[in-house]
Design a protein around this ligand. Structure first.
Ligand SMILES: *Cc1c(COP(=O)(O)O)cnc(C)c1O
Length: 391
């Protein structure tokens, strides 16, 4: 066998790939498994998205390579959406870049900035991509603990001076996966201020900015005055528009960061298919707020059903204000053992330690299954409840 690059030693198997494997093993025993695992919407994308892809797929002009910097129609639609939704002005040419899903953009951004010895400030728990690529690029992730006690907002004042001086990137992700927390404006202001003082690029992962369940409106980092000097935001169409399979998002904000990411991408991929970018533009232009409010109402119903049902069983789970994730302390305290017990009973939940060591003792459950399945989850956990949830 050819010896793998030593950097591969830093790269764990992707959390959900490992989880899928365990799930298949249980299914092979004949258990029909219900997954509250990966955050992948079960509902269809808006009809205008499907119609646009179909129409654009039939046009031979779209069968060729797309433009490197992204389709102007999509970038313009993103800029218009940012103006209407957040009051943020973006230059569609210099401050908006199409990405093949924000996962791709986040990963490649790290390669533009991080070299051996650099520090990347990443929340713990968090989406695994930030730390994985920081390590691959030879950098060092410095973890910012998120806990219920701090409202799942990192304590920026607790980062040592020496770490701040070596830091290149600060990742924030609100509304937050996996905790469901929403950041307030004062926190975002402190983050912008810190990054300005230390010359750090603030990377805002806004995958859930439209997914709030109590009628509140989550802010973009770019609403903070001066944020564009220090911040790049990743907007994703995946979760809010039920478009995870299409692979479409945008990097917006600081023009130097947009250009740097573009340079890595031009040398790596050749962009997203035009038909999909036209579909994304159509999604953003056809009353997106109406679609979001219908989806959020659906998730709110599911959340109430699952969380209140679990509370009735003796598991006191909190109700998230945002995202479609329930982040709850695992009864018994061992998240992996608890997730295994549930998997044996036919329910997939994600052990919190997969999101970092501060996720230990928690599990994440995703609201991307219908109410009937939630009923079956409650039945299955109900049958186990004398074992799992000592009252
Ligand atoms: C799902 C998710 C993403 C990835 O979204 P894509 O645009 O589909 O790549 C990025 N960040 C977080 C926090 C997510 O949960």
């Amino acid at each position: 066998m050819v010896k793998l690059a030593s950097r591969m030693e830093t790269l764990p198997p992707y959390l959900f790939a490992a989880l899928d494997e365990r799930r298949r093993a249980v299914e092979a025993r004949g258990v029909d498994v219900i997954s509250l695992g990966i955050g992948d919407p079960d509902m269809p994308s808006p009809p205008v998205v499907v119609e646009t892809v179909q129409r654009e797929a039939a046009r031979p002009g779209n069968h060729r390579y797309p433009r490197y910097d992204g389709l102007p129609a999509f970038r313009t639609a993103v800029a218009r959406y940012y103006l209407e939704r957040f009051g943020v002005h973006l230059d569609a040419d210099r401050e908006v870049l199409t990405v093949i899903g924000s996962k791709e953009g986040l990963a490649h951004l790290i390669w533009a900035y991080v070299e051996p010895g650099d520090v990347v400030l990443a929340p713990d728990p968090s989406y695994p991509v930030y730390s994985a690529h920081a390590a691959l690029a030879g950098g060092e992730a410095y973890h910012l603990p998120l806990s219920a006690a701090n409202g799942f907002l990192p304590d920026l004042d607790a980062i040592p001076e020496e770490v701040l001086r070596r830091a290149k990137l600060l990742f924030i992700n609100y509304p937050n996966n996996p905790t469901g927390a929403v950041a307030d404006r004062p926190f975002l202001e402190r983050a912008v201020d810190l990054c300005r003082r230390y010359g750090i690029l603030l990377v805002s992962d806004a995958a859930y900015v439209e997914m709030t369940l109590e009628g509140e409106s989550a802010p973009s980092i770019l609403e903070i005055p001066g944020a564009k000097d220090v911040a790049l935001e990743f907007y994703s169409l995946s979760k809010p528009f039920n478009m995870t399979g299409y692979r479409l998002g945008a990097a917006v904000g600081n023009p130097a960061a947009v250009a740097a990411l573009g340079r890595v991408k031009n040398n790596t991929d050749s962009g997203q298919w035009n038909a999909i970018q036209y579909a994304g533009a159509a999604a953003l232009e056809h009353d997106p707020q109406d679609f979001f409010s219908r989806m959020n109402a659906l998730y709110r119903q599911r959340r109430d059903k699952l969380c209140l049902g679990l509370r009735d069983l003796g598991w006191n789970v909190p109700l998230p204000r945002a995202t479609f994730y329930v982040w709850a302390e695992a009864p018994g305290g061992d998240d992996r053992a608890f997730a295994e017990q549930l998997l044996d009973a036919g329910v997939v939940v994600v052990p919190g330690s997969g999101y970092g060591s501060c996720g230990q003792g928690y599990v994440r459950m995703c609201l991307t299954v219908g109410e009937q399945e939630i009923d079956r989850v409650l039945e299955r956990l109900g049958a186990l409840s004398p074992v799992l949830f000592a009252r």
